[in-house]
Write a protein that binds this ligand. Structure first.
Ligand SMILES: [Zn+2]
Length: 78
């Protein structure tokens, strides 16, 4: 079975990944995106102000994951 690249639960996975390594990311003050810590400007809105504090990064990761309620639960086994 080949499915197109459909990021169903990737947000949640990404959020967990970010939350486990918050020091590698930062939150864009312009649009709320989470970008890698080495980014100079935000890829989404080109802002250059970021909050790199770990609690903020983790909170934002969880917020972004929840914003997309794709309901990937028991029925979505590969
Ligand atoms: Zn941004």
């Amino acid at each position: 079975m080949s499915t197109p690249e459909e990021p169903k639960d990737s947000r949640q996975k990404q959020a967990e990944k970010i939350a486990s390594h918050p020091e590698q990311y930062k939150v864009c003050e312009g649009c709320g995106s989470i970008v890698v810590a080495r980014a100079v400007t935000c890829p989404s809105c080109h802002a250059y102000l970021f909050d790199s504090s770990a609690p903020r990064v983790i909170l934002q990761a969880q917020t972004l994951a929840l914003r997309n309620p794709n309901s990937v639960l028991s029925s979505d086994l590969n």
